[in-house]
Design a protein around this ligand. Sequence first.
Ligand code: GP9
Ligand code: MN
Length: 641
Amino acid sequence: MTETRKLQPIAENIINRIKANPWWVLLFVAVAVKFTVFYKLVQVTANFPVVLLLSCLITFLILTGFRNRWMAFAVYFVLSFILFADITYFSFFNRYLSLQMLGAAEVIGDIGESIKAVMKPVNFMMFLDVILMGILLGTKKIPYKKKQQSLPKGKRFFPGAAAILVLILIVTNVTDSRLLTSLSNQEFYSFRLKDTASAVFGARADAEVALSFPYEKQKDGPLFGIAEGRNVIVIQIESLQNFVIGREYNGQEITPYLNRLIESNTIYFNNFYQQTGSGNTSDAEFAINNSILGTLTSYTNKIYPNNTYRGLPVLLKERGYSTAVYHAHESRGFWNREAFYPAGGFDTFYGGIINDTQNRPNGNFMMTEWMGWGLTDTEFYKQVIPYMKEEKAPFYSFIITLSNHHPYVMLDHYNYIELLPEHKDTLAGNYLNSAAYTDYAIGQLLEDLRLEGLYENSIFVLYGDHSGLVKEAETDRVMKDILGKDYDFEEVMRVPLIIHLPEQGLHVPESNGNFKQTVSIAGGQLDFLPTMAYLMGFPELDTIYLGQNLLTAKTGFVAQHTFMVKGSFFLDEIAYEMSRDGIFDNGRAWNTKTGEPVSLEGLEPYYRRSVSISETSQYLLDQDVIRQVYVEGKSLDEVLP
Ligand code: GP9
Ligand code: MN
């Protein structure tokens, strides 16, 4: 009763304001239309009306809360820009842009081409009501009073404070209500507050669950140490998805070279998934080398370049390896690579492009053939080899390709695949051709390495950094033609992992069995470090890692937190997609072989494990846990939450 009495003057106040000036109503309608479009585009479905109403209400409170009308206008313009950025980011990553990511403007600027490709005219609707507001303010149709005179002191109403109060109530969610959870994960303002709060207060993590992959008894495995002492050459392939491997398109093999490679002395992981953070490519590098998920807040290379790491490069260095990373993007600083690599354990970074033929002081590349953001793969590889020959053996070479990048438009002389008319000029159609060029270039590289004597004493690893074709209407249509089934997340997220061990000169002890095999348990980029440690014969894995050795494990588990909502996961034959609203029961599970829906019963512990892996990763990064344990000598128990 008293509550209603308290609310009465507030409601009256709002009504009086509207009566005093009906232009507010027009603006409110415009705001409602804007948010309806926004939530449709970012695919909010659960509790849609409440989410929408809340956003409209808060926007209205913000708009009426200013004393200076042009201040209100400026704030509203910024809000609209964030909405616009959210929609664009959502087309790639299926979630809102975190505020810290907005700060990563240098990267956003660079991916302009890709942004243009996903930008739709409808996105600009986010600015329509800003224009309306500008006109109404300019013509003084909407008045801003200097002071609140309409209510007596003590009953004054401060719209800005009311908006903040409502948001705090939602985000703190003391009663643990499902509705508030749902709102705080989907509603534009509540999400922002929650996101900022978790960035400020740091992640909480149930680390015990995440750290439960033991690297023990590996010595008993049949392939233990089979590549010990060899050079390790890893090729992280831009946007390479698994569906192109072994596939024919209209009678044309897309990846003939990789298909042959898989038929030789090679382990092919055909149920392997990307596990990136917000840093996309750079977080694939990070997850592969460190067995920790990259952060969601901004990108790992940028926020944590001064942490201590003990990933594969560091562990190989401790075994006498020299380590180098190669990447021919035009800038050495892109994704903060130059600053990050020393901490990541790389002695040398061959990167950046200059045109001076005489002088390449930094291990730069020379611009011989430009495509997209840097050198074409074929030219890049040609220039990698002389650098690699200078490396002191045994060496670890980490090569990051670039040509197969969104929007997959190739130079004319690199066209390999004849597309059907209905697939011409589509992203997925172009992708097939781009993947074919990638395959061709890898074939050339391996042949050249053979000629240079760098082939036989090496172990080769090839994998895709992340998905190249996100789900959207046209891609879904073309992919359905190519796959013969719906394009769902298991195909979006699956990347190939190929580990090739040249046979010649290979000493395989009797017990080591056959190397060539196809591994079909689910695996992800976090599993690479333990798997490699096993092949390289590490008696123990003396670091903190969140994956398992896929060559001795019986079943797989893959946590996801980008592209699919945090808490999503893959098992050997089941995929679970967490719901946008943060309620487990509203998620969706299906059989990855048949596409048939699967009951959620019994899946919740896996969901919790997935969340734990994401949050533990964040905790490890925030608290620089590896430094605390390995440099400061603290015990894990002391350091973990
Ligand atoms: C370029 C590479 C590509 O250096 O990082 O980044 P992506 O757009 O794939 O994240
Ligand atoms: Mn990439």
